[in-house]
Design a protein around this ligand. Structure first.
Ligand code: H2U
Ligand code: ZN
Length: 383
């Protein structure tokens, strides 16, 4: 039986449907209290110095250790700095070889017979970039002044506009902290753009499109309104943006950040939405850092309307985007302290995702820490 009952008062085991991706999540509240003598996360090292001579992302430093070619060197940059990843997972369809001649990188597309094969593959082309958020090795986003944080958002917007014109999918993301695989404490993110639409956004595309066809409204616009009315999972809100622990969240303190008016892509952000995004980002990241008193590790990324199917057009064609609502996912691994993280192993790998505290419990802890730049509580717009 499917119910939509609210579950603020420590419910028993139940599962919730992720309407955005079309999958179930098992919620077993209270399991976070079980004894733990497993792996302890190592506390993030204090990054005290604004410049690290050994950091490949700091201004003026050499990059690409281990590359055969002459090592590139960063300019003496003063704002966000974007460069092509020296170790890219994706490359454009042709790239210059050692002699400077264009060499086909991606393989020839499979013929019709290959599509039927159990051993199926197809070429994927793309571009990978690294975004240094700023010159300072020791200054993460929440500690940046407003104009510097706005410049990071502007960079995400400009990169989305440029790359969505060429590629089917543009994934902007940030791995923060060693617990999430960040290779370096210098504040930075990445952008992987590809000719293929990967599975996560493909599932979101399908479910948002189905909802649009059925209701004539955006799934995530209705979802935001539902969360504002319920007021159980809202972490913070301002006039333009909402942060919630999704009803179907998998990671303990997972959040979704989404605009409160129709915006299909970062490419559509205007300066007013940019400024209100800066404010809510600061609130969210400050709340995260306050939760366990450590720089909070996470993987985050933006999802917005995909680029054209055929790629390669001169301008971004987002005509087929009315069902899409821009949003960011934050996936932090920590469960109950700076040193105890959630592992998605065993049941999660073999059966499906499971969480140990309810989304409502997580939201109420984060909401208590959500204050704006003036120190005032950031309450949902409806209250
Ligand atoms: P992560 O910390 O999320 O791994 O991102 C760092 C990226 O920076 C990583 O993809 C790239 C790595 O390939 N990088 C360079 O392009 N050049 C370097 O000299 C160091 C790291
Ligand atoms: Zn650095």
């Amino acid at each position: 039986m499917t119910t939509t009952a609210s579950s603020a008062s420590a419910p028993g085991a139940h599962r919730r449907f992720d309407a955005l991706r079309g999958r179930w999540v098992l919620v077993s509240a209270g399991r976070d209290r079980r004894p733990w003598s497993g792996q302890a996360e190592v506390a993030a090292p204090d990054v005290a110095a604004p410049y690290d001579p050994t950091c490949p992302l700091c201004p003026g430093n050499p990059r690409g250790a281990g590359l055969d070619d002459a090592a590139p060197r960063n300019p003496d940059y003063s704002g966000p700095y974007v460069f092509t990843n020296d170790f890219p997972a994706l490359r454009p369809a042709t790239c210059p070889d050692d002699d400077g001649a264009a060499t086909a990188w991606a393989e020839t597309p499979p013929g019709p017979a290959a599509v039927e094969s159990l051993l199926r593959r197809e070429p994927v082309a793309g571009e990978c970039r690294v975004v240094c958020f700023g010159p300072r090795h020791d200054q993460h986003l929440a500690a940046m002044p407003d104009d510097a944080l706005a410049a990071v958002v502007d960079t995400w917007v400009a990169q989305t506009r440029e790359l969505t014109a060429r590629w089917r999918w543009v994934q902007i993301f940030e791995n923060r902290g060693a617990a999430m695989g960040a290779s370096n404490p210098h504040p930075h993110g990445q952008i992987w753009a590809s000719s293929a639409l990967p599975d996560e956004p493909a599932a979101e595309d399908t479910h948002q499109r189905d909802y649009w066809r059925q209701h004539g409204r955006r799934l995530l616009a209705d979802y935001a309104a539902t969360e504002q009315a319920a007021d159980e999972r809202v972490v913070a809100a301002n006039d333009d943006w909402l942060v919630v622990v999704p009803y179907w969240a998998v990671w303990p303190f997972e959040t979704m950040l989404l605009p409160l008016r129709p915006v299909a892509s970062l490419a559509d952000l205007d300066t007013s939405l940019r400024d209100s995004l800066v404010a809510i980002l600061r609130t969210l990241l400050t709340a995260y850092d306050g939760l366990f008193g450590v720089p909070f590790p996470y993987s985050m990324g933006w999802h917005g309307a995909p680029g054209p199917v055929d790629g390669g057009s001169a301008t971004a064609d987002l005509a087929d985007s009315e069902h899409w609502q821009l949003h960011a996912h934050y996936y932090p691994p920590l469960l109950r302290s700076a040193s105890v993280r959630k592992f998605l192993v065993g049941y999660e790998m073999l059966a499906g995702p499971q969480r140990d505290i309810t989304p409502e419990q997580a939201a109420s802890r984060l909401r208590a820490l959500a204050i704006d730049a003036s120190g005032a509580a950031v309450r949902p717009a409806t209250s």
